[in-house]
Design a protein around this ligand. Structure first.
Ligand code: ADP
Ligand code: ASP
Ligand code: MG
Length: 402
């Protein structure tokens, strides 16, 4: 079998853990399998590097930031190869350049376009364990790029697809995918299986256990994906097309704190204003999520929307530059907000799911600032201080607890 195994930051945070991962991989190698191992940077190294960059220059160029961040993964793969060879097994580490992991141009948020597999195949044919840097790629200018925070999962799935691996195992610091983040919701339950679609929604709405694009790719290429613990032999969660289990009304709850709410007050109540606001944001490459338009005082309207917190400064800047064109009287923003969402294919045919969620929030005395829904999810925007209370209340009201 050819297996792609990915280990996250906590799983390779120090010498003991690196040795532990090395031994675990070697056991499977000795059972006759071919292994490609994808690693994240050690512990919180990516955060440390970002802080170092911002200490030197609060607004570093995205190219240089990627150049810096790729060193995190390069450190862990080299140390892992050393650990394995110390334990007597041939291993080789490769970075994105050496593999040739081609991505789109955009620094900080690149997408994988193509992976050359010749070098990897060649090393596997020599019976080496091949250890590859997660999270990074190379663009058409021969510059390093990164895939967005948490992107090593996507590297692993993309490699599994390119190599037609038998499975892709994501090893992390929890033993599978839960009905909600087990660090926040004490009654969260581990799922044996989950569909690609449900996992994609949970990941997109804030369940950081998998990078959402890794799920997208796994679905597209039919990669058999497993999430499990690097610290135990527990079975983990299988992510796949269809599950045998009976569908629950709601499959999980997710929260996202990387949110800023922006309000434009006193816009003219004439056609074309919403177009102008969102066109300006789109041209600045800012993704808008929830949108609310309401009638203001005399002949005016207000538009409120949410964006990722990292885009807050850029958004305020472009909107202030266009103040005359848009003609608003006031702009305000709040980053002390968060989204809490419920996800589940079962809600499509069941009215009353949203009401039940709102009732749970009401009973917990939590105020809702904004609401958005689709066929299979409901999202509310609340104050960030209420997130834990809200997640627990919503989770338990749908009977998801153990
Ligand atoms: P890694 O460094 O291994 O990639 P991450 O921190 O990216 O680890 O992802 C694992 C974390 O995801 C867990 O520690 C947990 O707090 C969080 N998490 C959020 N939602 C979920 C969920 N539904 N199920 C499991 N873990 C979740
Ligand atoms: N090291 C990167 C990060 O912290 C990528 C990853 O861990 O998946 O975001
Ligand atoms: Mg991760």
């Amino acid at each position: 079998m050819l297996i792609v195994k990915k280990f996250g930051g906590t799983s390779v945070a120090d010498k003991e853990r690196i040795m532990n991962v090395a031994k675990r991989c070697i056991k499977e190698y000795q059972a006759g399998h071919n292994l490609v191992v994808v690693l994240s940077a050690m512990g919180k190294q990516t955060d440390v590097l970002i802080d170092m960059a911002k200490d030197i220059n609060p607004n570093p160029s995205k190219r240089e930031l990627d150049m810096l961040l790729t060193t995190g993964e390069q450190t862990s793969v080299a140390l892992m190869a050393m650990a394995m060879s110390y334990l007597g097994v041939p291993a080789v580490s490769l970075n994105a350049f050496q593999v040739a992991m081609h991505t789109t141009r955009s620094y900080g948020n690149a997408r994988i376009k193509r992976i050359d597999i010749d070098r990897i195949r060649h090393e596997l044919d020599q019976r080496k364990i091949v250890i590859i840097t997660g999270f990074q790629g190379v663009n058409k200018y021969d510059d390093y790029t990164t895939l967005g925070r948490g992107g090593s999962d996507t590297t692993a799935v993309a490699l599994a697809a390119a190599l037609h691996a038998d499975k892709c195992e994501i090893f992390t610091d929890v033993d599978g995918v839960y009905t909600a983040d087990p660090r926040i919701v004490k009654n969260a339950r581990k799922m044996k299986e989950i569909t690609y679609d449900e996992m994609l929604d949970l990941a997109t709405l804030g369940a950081g256990v998998l990078h959402n694009r890794s799920v997208e790719l796994a679905k597209k290429y039919g990669v058999k994906l497993v999430v499990r613990s690097s610290m135990s032999e527990a079975e983990g969660t299988i992510v796949k097309e269809e599950t045998k289990l009976e569908r629950m009304l709601v499959s999980g709850v997710a929260a996202d704190k990387n949110v800023t709410r922006i309000s434009l007050i006193g816009l003219k109540n004439v056609p074309g204003i919403a177009f102008k606001v969102f066109d300006i944001l789109a041209k600045a490459n800012i993704n808008v999520d929830m949108i609310l338009q309401s009638i203001g005082r005399s002949e005016t309207k207000d538009i409120t929307f949410t964006i990722a917190q990292d885009s807050r400064d850029d958004a305020i800047k472009v909107l202030e530059e266009k103040k005359d064109l848009l003609g608003y009287s006031e702009i305000s923003d709040n980053s002390k907000v968060a989204k809490v969402s419920i996800v589940g294919a079962g809600m499509m045919s069941n009215p009353g799911v949203a009401a039940k969620m709102f009732e749970a929030l009401y009973n917990a005395d939590i105020n809702i600032n904004m609401i958005s829904t689709s066929e299979i999810r409901v999202t509310v925007l609340i104050d960030v201080k209420d997130v834990e209370k809200a997640m627990n209340a919503v989770h338990d009201t749908f009977g998801l607890e153990e």
